[in-house]
Structure formats: C-alpha cells, structure tokens
Ligand binder design. Structure first.
Ligand SMILES: NC(=O)c1ccc[n+]([C@@H]2O[C@H](COP(=O)([O-])OP(=O)(O)OC[C@H]3O[C@@H](n4cnc5c(N)ncnc54)[C@H](OP(=O)(O)O)[C@@H]3O)[C@@H](O)[C@H]2O)c1
Length: 433
C-alpha cells in the first residue's frame, strides 16, 4: 500500500461486466464522498477484460488503461488493490494468487472460488500479511461478512439461516404469487435478467452452498469442503407443494442454514417450509436475507438486495475503503490461525426437524392407514394430514406435516412407502424450518 496519505488508492480491476461496471459507476458517482471519508481518492488505474472490443455499460476516463494481460495487472507496482470481478475458478484463482504473491491486497466477489479454494488463498494472504476481502461474495449489498467478522465477533454463533440466492427466491416467489410452474417462473427470471443463461448453480442450490461455506468459515473459524455439505435445489418444488404449504401456513424458500450443536455443525441447503409468522417467509423476489443468532446478541436479521450491479458494487467498495484506511491490519476470516481446521459436522441423517411429505396415492381405502403405520413404526408422529383434490387418473394427493423427527426416520418411511404399490413414485419431501 502506498504510504503517502494523499496519494490516491489505485485499483487494478479484473472484470468489467455487471459488477465491475457497477463499481466504476459508483466510484464515478460518489468520488468526492469517498475521498472525504478516506482522505484520499480511489482511482481505477487498469481494467482487465477478455474482449477489448465489447461495448461497455460505463465510460472509462482517458487515464484508465484497458488490457487483456492479467500478469501485467497484478504485477504493476502502481496498483495497490486488485479487485477480482471476473468470476469462474481457474483464471480467478491464478489472478488472486499472483496478486497476493506480488504484494497486493485483493477484493473479490467470487463465492464459488472462496468456497472451493478459499483455504489456499486465505493461508497465502495470512502468510503475506495481506488483505483478501469478500463482502460482495455473500448476499450482495447485505453486509453479512463484516457483521460476522467484526460486529458479532464476541459471540458464539448459534445459527445462521439465510435466503442466499435471489434467483431461486424470485422463482419461488413468482410460483407462489402467480401460480406459475417452475419452468415458466425460471424463464421469467431469465427474461428479467435475474437468472443466468445457465442457471444451474442457482436452481440446484450450489450458489447458496458456496455462500453458506463462506459464512460458516466466518462464524465458526473452520473450512467446510463443498462435497461434505448436503445440497438440494428447488427443481423438485411443484406448484401443488407451494399451494399445500400455504394452506398449512407456510412459504417454501431455498434456505442455507447452519446450527451449532455443541461444537458440531448441522449444515445444509434445502428447499424448506418456513412458517408465515417468520420474517424469512416474507422475503420476496430477488431479495436476500440472513438471520444470525449470537449467544449474546440474540437474533439479528439482515435483508437487502442480493445481487445486481450497484448493490454488489456497494459491498466491493466497502472492502476497498476498509483496505485503504490508514494503519489497516488485514482481518480476512476473523480468526488468527491459518490454515483453519476442517468443520466437524453432524451426520445429516441425524438432523431433527418437522417434515412435509406429499404422497400421490391411489384413491382407495387403507392407504392413509398403511402410511400412518409406517410412520408409527419409525417413530414419526403426525402433526397434520390432509387428502387434497379430486381423483385424477384415480390418484389423489395426501400431504403430511410431521412433528420433529430425525431425517433418517423419514428416509426409512420413504423406503417403506416407495415399495407400496398404491403410491406413485416421486414422493415429495421437504424439511420444515
Ligand atoms: N452479477 C451479480 O449480481 C453478482 C452478485 C454478487 C457476486 N457476483 C460475483 O461477481 C463476479 C463477477 O460477476 P459479474 O456478474 O459481474 O460477471 P460478468 O458480468 O460475466 O463479468 C465478468 C467480467 O470479467 C471478465 N473476464 C472473465 N473472465 C476473464 C478472464 N479469464 N480474463 C479477463 N477477463 C475476464 C469479462 O470480460 P469480457 O467482458 O471482455 O467478457 C467480464 O468483463 C462473479 O464472481 C460473481 O459470482 C456477481
């Protein structure tokens, strides 16, 4: 970092897409305000892109160089902070690795990279005593990283429950509000620019999983490899389930959650029924929300725009300003030991919660009794059970809400019921928050 307090902070910006352009726009729009807070200006010196001829959403000043040479950007002695807004894994990893080796602080919004290769990069940043900051990687404008790293640092975190993917939340909200089937809601999200052309990471739960891994590291000081986290997306949520859930008083949301159960973590990403009395049930559209419960603070809820050019740029700028402050000592994960240990997890089959189970069954006597018998044998007690709809092709829906039960008991019930000839394959099961 340049010592002279009046010298500008010089940014090397890797990526001029949605977030990179947003960052340039906010830097232009709020230049005086940022300089007043920092005592020095923040300027973009060089921008790295793949395609020099592509039209851009922002106009760069004549003083800004634009290049396709990543090495030149990260080794430029006149750059103080490298801001990685390219996305992807390999090229972004190489860029950040080289930037840290070249003595630069780094800011990134890349949750996929931090989930998959964060441990290596945080260890390197610690060894080099450099900042590797990532407020924009989780929940866009919502300042959850700093909240966990600093504001709640004195707490033992009991749980984090989040709606961490705006695309999935938008799809579920429009299925619920407009009665759209999944495919149509996804198409609408794509038309409005909420969902990528390839929405796999969003709808299969992996984007939320990446963010949850980042949050777990911040809250508990441990690394959780993605392969160990149970992840289920929203592709199995049907309009019927949304309707049945609503009749029971619940919304279906894609939830990333972790609970501390006496030092071992119960974590996962699933579509879950959330009771309409909970604040999380009313998070609509492309918004994100995170509920954190500290042992001293009690529950705290953060809610805001989880993506988009300016909201995400707001979080990137927070990191740039933090790193540019005088006398700054980097605090990357909020913990001093590096590398951090691996998380100790509760077996996902031991997770206890209420459950929602939707069977499609032949409309004949004895079906309800057979299912109830299996539930009784596996210790699952029923809280509500209803038969829904008029028979279609001789089949009807039977929907159960259970009291709390370990997931392994539900798996045992589903194994029994899958073998019952009067139950259609494809029974739907969701956890209840
Ligand atoms: N979009 C959001 O709302 C949002 C929210 C939170 C976090 N994020 C994260 O922010 C990051 C950027 O997302 P984005 O939506 O802004 O992406 P984007 O619109 O696809 O932009 C990516 C930019 O990076 C450049 N780029 C990609 N690979 C490159 C490479 N190998 N070498 C040089 N330049 C390269 C592209 O250059 P060209 O333009 O020349 O192709 C483009 O300018 C991702 O990690 C994403 O997960 C995004």
């Amino acid at each position: 970092m340049n010592d002279a307090s009046i010298a500008p902070v010089r940014i090397g910006l890797a990526g001029l897409g949605t977030v990179g352009s947003g960052l340039v726009a906010v830097l232009q729009q709020n230049a005086d305000w940022i300089a007043a807070r920092l005592g020095r200006a923040v300027t973009v010196k060089t921008v790295l892109v793949r395609d020099l001829t592509k039209p851009r959403a922002v106009t760069l000043g004549p003083e800004v160089a634009i290049t396709t040479d990543a090495d030149a950007l990260v080794t430029d002695p006149d750059i103080d902070i490298v801001v990685e807004l390219m996305g992807g894994i390999d090229a972004a990893f190489a860029l950040i690795h080289k930037a840290l080796c070249a003595g630069k602080h780094v800011v990134t919004a890349n949750k996929a990279l931090l989930a998959k290769r964060g441990p290596e990069l945080f260890a390197l940043a610690a060894e080099k005593r450099l900042g590797l900051y990532y407020e924009a990687s989780c929940a866009g404008a919502v300042p959850i990283v700093e909240t966990l790293k600093s504001s709640l640092a004195g707490n033992r975190i009991k749980s984090i429950i989040g709606i961490l993917n705006g695309t999935a939340n938008y799809i579920l909200s429009s299925m619920s509000e407009k009665g759209l089937p999944f495919a149509e809601a996804l198409q609408k999200a794509q038309e409005l620019g909420y969902a990528e052309a390839d929405p796999t990471l969003d709808i299969q739960g992996y984007d939320a999983a990446h963010k949850l891994i980042v949050l777990i590291r911040l809250a508990y000081g441990c690394n959780l490899p993605l392969e160990r986290l149970p992840v289920e997306g929203i592709t199995g949520v049907g309009p019927d389930d949304i309707r049945f859930a609503r009749e029971f008083g619940y919304a279906i949301k894609l939830i990333g959650q972790v609970r501390d159960l006496g030092g071992r973590l119960a974590a996962g990403v699933w579509p879950m029924l959330v009771h309409e009395d909970f604040l999380l049930a009313s998070v609509k559209g492309a918004f994100n929300a995170v509920r954190v419960e500290g042992d001293a603070s009690g529950p705290i809820m953060l809610h805001g725009k989880g993506a988009g050019d300016l909201p995400t740029a707001s979080a990137v700028l927070a990191d740039i300003l933090a790193l540019a402050r005088q006398g700054m000592i980097p605090n990357n994960t909020g913990f001093l030991t590096e590398p951090l240990p691996e998380a100790e997890l509760v077996d996902p089959d031991d997770f206890v919660s209420p459950h929602y189970i939707h069977f499609t069954v032949k409309d004949q006597p004895g079906v309800m009794a057979a299912i109830s018998k299996s539930m009784g044998e596996h210790g699952v007690s029923i809280s509500q059970a209803v038969q829904k709809g008029v028979p279609e092709d001789g089949y009807v829906s039977i929907v159960f809400l259970t009291h709390e039960a370990p997931n392994r008991a539900i798996t045992a019930v589903l194994t029994d019921t899958d073998a019952m000839p009067f139950i259609k394959p494809g029974t739907v099961h969701f956890r209840v928050l």
